[in-house]
Design a protein around this ligand. Structure first.
Ligand SMILES: [Zn+2]
Ligand SMILES: [Zn+2]
Length: 342
């Protein structure tokens, strides 16, 4: 089969002819119908994150059709439309047993530590495969498995309750999913903070109250709009010291700040005024859980999560087109989402 592979970091991906992988007893062989090209893939190619072993087929946002079943797989049939949770886990350790499989010591992320979806076929353990309802196009099913899933995990970690208020810092791919999914929790108000006017306009179309941090101090604006109370929940989806700090400062009494954006810098918090005195919480959010995917798929099936705007272009399984899409992600840092449809 054709597979687009990372051979050496810092170099373009290459098209290889490799054997079709064979499913083990608990695995499913999937014919790939859609594989999202994610910002992380540009980091992997550039060498900013570890990818091992090389050469390796990239792609962790995958949807397709069941082609072959392992001997002990009973939950699927050949021809089922499916999407893939990007972690292949052991299924047996204490973390897997407790439903926190993102901490499984032997978890392998596809497209990073095990062959991913930039190929004609992929093999996955059946417990990481989910049926994709007919209402959801393959392209949307694929990209949901990364940013939308993480947005839903952040909302559930932040324990957003009905009639609470939430402010989402950063309304790119993650944020646009987060503000739509937040509505499913029946909040009193959703504030969307960004510096990009176009993104804020889209956020407003999805019912959020836009706050332009390029022209106003978002913390002061949130205080003003909530009569000095602050918000119950903030999601920080950017990964900058300033926005992390704002996400904490904007909290109300008993507020929860869920930090999702990845950064390795530190940020300042005033423990008494910003945490202790309010009994506020800062919560870390890492990836998402397989157990959350059925709810996510249901949000998309019923239209509460609308990703029709999210896929900007589809391309064939063509190495030049894939490298160009990654170049664009590197150069423009935009949220233009390209999906491979082999
Ligand atoms: Zn991704
Ligand atoms: Zn495990």
């Amino acid at each position: 089969m054709k597979a687009i592979r990372l051979v050496q970091q810092g170099h373009p991906l290459e098209l290889h002819d490799v054997p079709i992988p064979q499913p083990g007893a608990h695995d499913v062989l999937i014919r790939v119908k859609a594989a999202g090209i994610c910002h992380s893939d540009a980091h992997y190619r550039a060498g900013k994150s570890r990818v091992h072993p090389l050469p390796l087929t990239l792609g962790h946002e995958v949807a397709g059709i069941v082609e072959q079943l392992g001997r002990d797989v009973a939950d699927f049939q050949i021809g089922d439309r499916v999407c893939v949770h990007y972690l292949a886990t052991c299924g047996a350790c204490e973390w897997c047993a407790g439903g926190d499989e993102q901490f499984c010591g032997s978890a392998q992320m596809i497209g990073k530590y095990r062959d991913g979806g930039y190929a004609e076929y992929i093999v996955m353990p059946a417990r990481s495969v989910f049926k994709l309802p007919a209402e959801i196009p393959f392209e949307q099913g694929a990209i949901m498995m990364c940013s939308s899933a993480t947005s839903l995990h952040a909302l559930s970690k932040a324990r957003l309750q009905p009639d609470e208020t939430i402010a989402i810092f950063g309304v790119g791919g993650l944020g646009t999913s987060a503000l739509q999914l937040a509505r499913g929790f029946a909040p009193a108000a959703v504030f969307a903070v960004d510096i990009n006017r176009r993104k804020l306009e889209l956020a407003a179309q999805f019912g959020a109250i836009p706050i332009n941090a390029a022209t106003t101090d978002p913390v002061a604006e949130i205080q003003k709009l909530t009569n000095g109370r602050g918000v119950d929940v903030t999601l920080e989806l950017i990964g900058l010291p300033l926005t992390m700090q704002q996400a904490v400062r904007a909290l109300a009494i008993h507020g929860r700040a869920a930090l999702v954006g990845i950064m390795d810098q530190t940020f300042d918090v005033s423990p008494y005024h910003e945490i202790i005195n309010k009994e506020a919480e800062i919560i870390g959010v890492s990836d998402h859980l397989a157990s959350e995917l059925p709810a996510l798929l249901e949000f998309a099936r019923t239209g509460s999560l609308d990703l029709s705007h999210a896929v900007s272009r589809t391309i064939p399984l063509d190495v030049t087109a894939v490298n160009e899409a990654l170049d664009r992600l590197e150069k423009f840092h935009d949220d233009v989402r390209v999906v491979i449809t082999p």
